[in-house]
Structure formats: structure tokens, C-alpha cells
Design a binder for this molecule. Structure first.
Ligand code: APR
Length: 254
């Protein structure tokens, strides 16, 4: 593995006082959660992307989608944050640096790994709301012990419509408050560390470019080249759970 890439990455990290970590599904890969587009593990290989992440499909037949999201909730709850999640929290605990997280992930592993300041651009696996009146669902959710083909979503106590996952589906707007927070943090960052995202889904993937426009350096940590590699000052071919701990260890040895 390129030690000069590590040295270059460490040099960027040393100079940064305001760091924003921009993450995608690859951040949780070493926790055992599938990514979306990796050939060998991608969720898409098992699930038709259109059928399981669009408002139209939900309107047509919600039960298979509800079953899939609840199963993903089960898998996520059984997963543990990895060394990469924990390294981000360690970095944030160092003096003289502020570290925020802006994630495309709907899992809660950043929070369970100790990150305190996480923006979720695409919502959360554990937030549910009414499809129509958007009232947050506060009732019980029974996560299946095994994957099942269909499950009936609960009904909203206020208006009687179906409760849906609190995630952003293709074609839907991102939560405006979260988007505003993410943009502001990218504009203020000295360094954006891009970890575990292919950089193909907009508008999220445009955020590192916002940061670069305002003068931030871009460090990418990814085993493969991505759509964002071309804007990275350093693109370090390693994984989240190997690279981030190594980087933070390097900072603590300073
Ligand atoms: N460490 C770091 N990166 C990894 C690892 C790892 N251990 N394993 C895989 N990767 C990389 C892959 O090479 C790929 O570039 O993580 C990236 C995962 O990309 P995607 O599967 O496309 O996931 P993501 O970029 O988060 O998708 C964005 O698309 O499907 C929608 O809403 C969904 O939030 C998701 C969005």
C-alpha cells in the first residue's frame, strides 16, 4: 500500500482544524453492511433498485419494501461500528480540531461509534413517519429475525395512512434542514475526507465540490477509484477501517 499516500494524507490531516467526513455505504462495509454498487456485495444484486427505493413502488405495493427496510434494520442493529467509525470519534476528541460527519448512510453506526455531530442526508433506518401527514411514528416496530417477503406497515394514528421508512427515495427531495447544515459545513471545512462513496448519486455527491470551491482540501479514502477521485488532492487506496485508524494514530503520535 502506498506509504507516500499515507504520508500525503497525514500531511493534509495535520493542517486541518475544521474537518468534515463525507461518508457512504463503504464506511459500513467492514461492519458487514452491504454497499449499493459493489459488484461482489452490492444490495442491488439481490434487490431491484427501482422496486425498493421509489415512491411509486411504495404506492403500488408497500409490503415488500416495508419488509426489506425492517430486515435492513435487523441487520444494522446486529452490526457493530468498525474501527473506522471509532477513529472518527477519536479524531474529534483531539485538541484544536473540529470533526463533523455528513453521511449518505441510513444506518446509525457513526453515532454508535461515538460521532456526535452527524448529518444524515438520506434519512435514517430508525426514523419512521406517516406517508401522507408525515407525523413521526412513535409506536413499536417489530424487526424480523429472518428476512421475509412481505410485512404490513402500521397505520398512522392521526390520519390512518401507512407508516413509511424515514429515508429518502430516488426522486424525492433531501431533508432541507440537513442539506443546509451539510452545505454550511462543507463551506467552512479546511479538509473534507471522502470515505466509502462511489460519488454517483446527486445532489449528495456534489457536496465535496462545494467544499473545494471554498478552498478545502479533499482527501479520499477508497479501495477503488470513484467519481470523486478526480477532485481529490490525495486519493488513498485503502479502506475505512484500515485508513482512518492509521491516520488518527499518526495525528496522535505528533
Ligand atoms: N472502505 C471504504 N470504501 C469502501 C469499502 C471499504 N471497506 N468497501 C467498498 N467501498 C467503496 C466502494 O468502492 C464504493 O466506491 O464504497 C463505495 C460504495 O459506493 P455505493 O455502493 O455506490 O454507495 P454510496 O456511494 O453510499 O451510494 C450513495 O446511493 O443507493 C443510493 O441512497 C443510496 O446513500 C446511497 C447512495
Amino acid at each position: 500500500m502506498g506509504t507516500d499516500q499515507f504520508a500525503d494524507a497525514l500531511a493534509l490531516a495535520r493542517d486541518a482544524a475544521r474537518v468534515e467526513i463525507f461518508t457512504g455505504a463503504g464506511m459500513s462495509a467492514e461492519s458487514g453492511l452491504d454497499t449499493f454498487r459493489d459488484a461482489q456485495t452490492g444490495l442491488w444484486t439481490k434487490v431491484d433498485p427501482v422496486a425498493f427505493a421509489s415512491v411509486d413502488s411504495w404506492a403500488k405495493d408497500p409490503e415488500p419494501m416495508w419488509a426489506w427496510y425492517l430486515w435492513r434494520g435487523t441487520v444494522c442493529r446486529d452490526a457493530d461500528p468498525n474501527a473506522g467509525h471509532r477513529a472518527i470519534a477519536d479524531w474529534a476528541s483531539l485538541d484544536g480540531v473540529h470533526v463533523g460527519v455528513t453521511t449518505q448512510n441510513i444506518d446509525d453506526l457513526h453515532e454508535r461509534g461515538g460521532a456526535e455531530d452527524v448529518v444524515h442526508l438520506h434519512g435514517s433506518l430508525f426514523a419512521y413517519r406517516c406517508t401522507i401527514c408525515s407525523r413521526p411514528w412513535k409506536g413499536r416496530i417489530d424487526y424480523p429475525a429472518e428476512p421475509v417477503a412481505r410485512l404490513a406497515p402500521p397505520e398512522c394514528p392521526l390520519c390512518g395512512n401507512l407508516v413509511r421508512p424515514g429515508v429518502v427515495w430516488f426522486g424525492e427531495m433531501l431533508p432541507q434542514d440537513e442539506w443546509g447544515r451539510a452545505e454550511a459545513r462543507m463551506a467552512a471545512a479546511d479538509l473534507v475526507v471522502v470515505v466509502g462513496t462511489s460519488g454517483v448519486v446527486q445532489p449528495a455527491a456534489g457536496l465535496p465540490l462545494v467544499a473545494k470551491h471554498f478552498g478545502a482540501k479533499i482527501l479520499e479514502i477508497s479501495p477503488e477509484p470513484t467519481e470523486l477521485s478526480r477532485i481529490a488532492d490525495v486519493s488513498w487506496r485503502t479502506t475505512a477501517a484500515q485508513g482512518l485508524p492509521q491516520l488518527v494514530m499518526g495525528l496522535t503520535l505528533d
